[in-house]
Design a protein around this ligand. Structure first.
Ligand code: S3P
Length: 452
């Protein structure tokens, strides 16, 4: 689904200045569509991203009989209730979106109809055993496809219906790796179970699903990194439609913010960014390495998500070690962290990030290649990277492997290199950040997009 037939031409940048808004948060967008589709009536969602990933989720619900009208101001989702989805007459195309595939697999495991979920070439290489295992353990009839690793399962995913009188069971699941997608797949399937869903994570991952369920009155309790959903508790078994605003995506805001941290004399603000603490690792990291980041609260969005205006003023930064829970709170921001590490003084060490190997690309291997092409000394570790910053960068020609965040991180490096850098596969940015080029240009960045 991700059109990659575009390339960027990037030059060394002068100061970046201005105030911008980024598209709505991708994770909150998926979930707003899901909870809107399962609500009893018409929900009104503003701020939803037009990115291809959120569109894939909307397309899947349309294929299951949910009317979704997308206007320039708002998206109206005509919810059909918890039990109102119809059997899709086509395969559900999740495009490049792992979140669509994993969350819908959980939701569809509890239905009385079957479905088949497919994805693009990149998604087809991503591991699905992590959801198929626990969903099967609670009685789902779900199968994946064998692939590169003998003990792993991949897309396409096929789900057979629960038969008359059959139900998913309760489950207590101790997750080996923190993952909001796995947790959310279990919670969504848990809405249809005849027992309790109890999930424990090693570290709390993004908690948008929990926040929304609580806002909608689903009988859920959270404590630290554990969550318990008991649909057999006193509960009417559904929720009313809602009016929600999707806050700006901190993972997208990271790119103009980190660009301003890299380019001398810059000052950039991004308005209405989601500052849910499970997502703000990048801002904590920026402060830790000496960047000037200010934060002004600006209200709340969908499911009680806090928002703020983030302002960054360029200053010198120094390398440091990133690991542990901070990595979970900035997992999608590591490509940008690597770009910044190239200009920070000294050594940046990224640890505990093996999950990066199973994102839209193997982001450890891909970033190591990108940094090397720009002339940045870098060592690849099984679970991270060691990057030595502060040396002049040379212009590079990058093959981004169709990974949106690799494309944007490469553009940041291009702003610091002497000469013109070319970044291939730039169409992938449309999965999460349509308008990236015009936003960066509005701040003064010398970046152009062309067909390849
Ligand atoms: C997401 C969870 C994260 C993140 C992804 C979006 C979500 O993945 O990397 O971009 O919306 O739940 P994992 O759950 O695999 O860590």
């Amino acid at each position: 689904m991700s059109s990659t037939g575009k390339r960027y031409r990037v030059q060394r940048s002068g100061p970046l200045r201005g105030s911008v808004r980024v598209p709505g948060d991708k994770s909150i967008g998926h979930r707003s569509l899901i909870f809107g589709a399962l609500g009893r009536g018409r929900s009104h969602i503003t701020g939803l991203s037009e990115g291809l990933d959120n569109r894939a989720t909307a397309g899947a619900f349309r294929a299951m009989g949910v009317a979704i009208e997308t206007g320039s101001e708002a998206t109206e989702v005509h919810g059909v209730g918890l039990r109102g989805l119809r059997m899709p007459t086509t395969v559900l195309d999740c495009g490049n979106s792992g979140t669509t595939m994993r969350l819908l697999s959980g939701l569809l495991s509890g239905q009385g109809f079957g479905a088949r979920l497919v994805g693009d070439e990149s998604l087809t290489r991503r591991p699905m055993g992590r959801i198929i295992g626990p969903l099967r353990a609670r009685g789902a009839h779900i199968a994946g496809t064998s692939g590169a690793k003998a003990d792993e399962l991949y897309p396409p995913i096929s789900i057979a219906p629960l038969v008359e009188g059959e139900s998913l069971r309760g489950i207590e699941y101790d997750m080996p790796v923190a993952s909001a997608q796995v947790k959310s797949a279990l919670l969504l399937s848990g809405l249809y179970a005849n027992g309790v869903t109890a999930v424990q994570e090693p570290v709390l991952s993004r908690d948008h699903t929990e926040r929304m369920m609580l806002a909608l009155g689903v009988p859920l309790e959270t404590a630290g990194s554990s969550v318990v959903l008991d649909p057999t508790a006193e509960w009417a078994g559904g929720w009313d439609p809602f009016e929600w605003h999707v806050p700006g995506d901190p993972s997208s805001a990271t790119f103009p913010i980190v660009a301003a941290a890299m380019v001398a004399d810059s000052q950039v603000s991004v308005e209405d960014v989601c500052v849910n603490p499970t997502r703000t690792g990048i801002f904590d990291w920026l402060r830790l390495i000496g960047a000037n980041v200010a934060h002004r609260p600006s209200g709340h969005g969908a499911g009680d998500e806090p928002m703020a205006e983030i302002t960054i003023t360029h200053g010198s930064t120094r390398g440091a070690v990133a690991g542990g829970e901070l990595i979970v709170r900035m997992i999608d921001e590591i490509p940008a962290v690597c770009a910044l590490a190239a200009v920070a003084n000294g050594v940046t060490e990224i640890r505990d990030a093996a999950e990066l190997r199973v994102k839209e690309s193997d982001r450890i291997a891909t970033m190591a290649k990108v940094l090397d092409a720009f002339g940045v000394p870098c060592e690849e570790l099984p679970d991270g990277l060691i990057i030595t910053g502060g040396k002049p960068l040379r212009a590079a020609h990058i093959e981004s492997r169709g990974d949106h965040r690799i494309v944007m991180a490469s553009a940041l490096l291009g702003f610091m290199a002497e000469g013109e850098s070319i970044i291939e596969g730039a169409g992938a940015v449309d999965t999460s950040f349509p308008g990236f080029v015009s936003l960066m240009r509005s701040l003064g960045a010398p970046i152009e997009e062309e067909a390849s």
